[in-house]
Design a protein around this ligand. Structure first.
Ligand code: SAH
Ligand code: SF4
Ligand code: F3S
Length: 467
């Protein structure tokens, strides 16, 4: 790591911009989309602070506003333009204000954004995050800067930049995606898949641990296809992290059912003290006909068999999934097969979306597109059927049980401590002392699919050697 970066990481003072000195320029970033965009935003703030900017908490105070956009579902360009529109007044009052658009919409639309909206000064793609300070400099000198090409360099090199690491951190291990599911725009917004070197990931994470991080979530569009240029696969990476770092907990997302293999299950079982038994495994549909049209590379039977095997290795596992309803050609019987699969597997959390046609994707050109009203209605029915099962199930599973919680912070709004259980439930409880970063035991009094409320059992935490 460069000295500059090291000094920055030890000295950075999360400036929320309440009192920015008059000579210092400031930056505000609004973020849409997935955890990768969240990570990119934190990286941009860190780089901009290194370049002398102050991070501010509202656009009114900013000299530079960046919109980090997402284009995975409905009307993404419209969302960007409507946010840019809200800054018109600000720009009239402060003509030096620069507005930039980055992220996945920018990767797709490039100069079209500036052509369509004169308030936008610069546009940059998902591979230009590290260039942002210099792009901003250029934008102060000249309008119409556009940089949105993909870098095809291998390995993918990136050192995690976080201004003030908390108990948990997100670390990219791959970028891009080569799967080309027929509904998905991500391969066009993030480019081809590239992996980081195993050694670099391990060192990066140990440095975060040295700065107080206790849990990491490894990030990639399909972490299971991670392959370090040295030959190691994803299971090898998990093993290396479990053995060679002082992490307390390891998580990862997102998995792909076609690449989730038995070696990974074995490693999760062997290092279950550290690797959390929570798996997000997007199924998308329960119908073979639709899975085929989606180009997912597995059948309903394959998926269910894999889940069965996972449960054999990890009996306490909690599963969540993503589902798309109203994919072109989906009929009532396909839809019911999805509902049926959701109930058969027993997902404690589901993320379900209405199919939305995306530019460049094959499915956008498929016939038999489904009317919005039917998509709405199917989405509602899916949630209703799932809720009927999930609410009583989690009550029965968790109420009266102890869960191990890694405490993240005191939630001011709720007036309670907050952390997550190993199985990724948000847990809230009272305590009369500071517990940030500690592993504690909580006795669950009330359970919902993604939230548990309970009582901190100090004695039990000590007895079990946690906290
Ligand atoms: N790489 C991850 C996540 C991709 S995007 C994966 O493979 O699962 C997150 C979720 O958005 C997807 O799992 C899918 O359920 C949903 N999604 C993606 N494209 C969509 C589209 N065109 N319409 C509706 N939902 C979509
Ligand atoms: Fe999109 Fe499929 Fe890649 Fe996930 S695996 S990012 S859904 S193309
Ligand atoms: Fe959205 Fe891009 Fe993430 S399209 S979901 S921000 S990869």
């Amino acid at each position: 790591m460069s000295q500059e970066l090291q000094d920055f990481q030890t000295n950075s003072s999360q400036n929320t911009g309440e009192s920015v000195p008059p000579f210092q320029r400031s930056v505000y970033i609004s973020t849409y989309g997935c955890q990768m965009n969240e990570n990119d935003t934190e990286r941009m703030y860190a780089l901009m602070e290194m370049a002398g900017y102050a991070a501010v908490a509202s656009p009114e105070q900013a000299d530079v506003i960046i919109i980090n956009s997402c284009s995975v579902r409905e009307k993404p360009v419209h969302k960007v333009f409507s946010e840019v529109g809200t800054y018109r007044r600000l720009k009239e009052r402060r003509p030096h204000l620069k507005i930039g658009v980055g992220g996945c919409v920018a990767s797709l639309e490039k100069e079209r954004l500036i052509e369509a909206n004169s308030l936008i000064d610069f546009v940059f793609g998902t591979d230009q995050i590290d260039l942002v300070p210099s792009l901003v400099d250029r934008a102060f000198a000249k309008k119409g800067i556009v940089e949105a090409r993909f870098h095809h360099r291998e390995p993918y090199q990136i050192e995690t930049l976080i201004r003030n690491p908390k108990v948990t951190a997100f670390v990219n291990i791959t970028k891009g995606c080569d799967n080309f599911c027929t509904f998905c725009v991500v391969p066009y917004t993030r480019g081809r898949e590239k992996s980081r070197l195993l050694r670099e990931v391990v060192e990066d994470i140990q440095k975060l641990v040295n700065r107080g991080v206790r849990e990491v979530t490894l990030l990639g569009q399909n972490v299971n296809s991670y392959r370090s240029p040295c030959g190691a696969d994803f299971a090898d990476l998990l093993q290396a992290l479990a053995e060679q770092t002082d992490l307390v907990r390891i998580r990862y997302t997102t998995s792909h059912p076609k690449d989730f293999n038995e070696k990974l299950m074995q490693i999760m079982e062997r290092y279950q003290q550290k690797i959390c038994e929570y798996i997000h495994l997007p199924v998308q549909s329960g119908s073979d006909r639709i899975l085929e049209r989606m180009n997912r590379g597995y059948s309903r039977k394959d998926y269910i068999a894999k889940i069965k095997k996972i449960k054999e290795y990890l009996p306490q596992v909690v599963l969540s999934t993503d589902i798309i309803v109203g994919f072109p050609g989906e009929d009532e019987s396909d839809f019911w097969q999805t509902v049926d699969l959701v109930l058969e597997v027993g997902f404690e959390t589901i993320f379900a979306f209405k199919y939305s046609p995306r530019p460049f994707t094959k499915a956008a050109r498929f016939d038999q597109q489904i009317p919005e009203t039917i998509k709405d209605e199917r989405l509602q029915r899916l949630f209703q059927e799932w809720e009927k099962w999930a609410f009583p199930f989690v009550k029965q599973r968790y109420q009266g049980q102890y869960v191990e919680v890694l405490v993240e912070e005191f939630d001011q709004k709720r007036g309670q401590w907050h952390g997550r259980s190993r199985q990724n439930k948000n847990v809230y409880f009272q305590a009369d002392k500071t517990l940030t970063g500690q592993l504690v035991h909580v006795l669950v009094e009330e359970a919902f699919p993604s939230v548990l409320r309970g009582r901190w059992m100090e004695r039990e935490s000590k007895q079990h050697g946690v906290g």
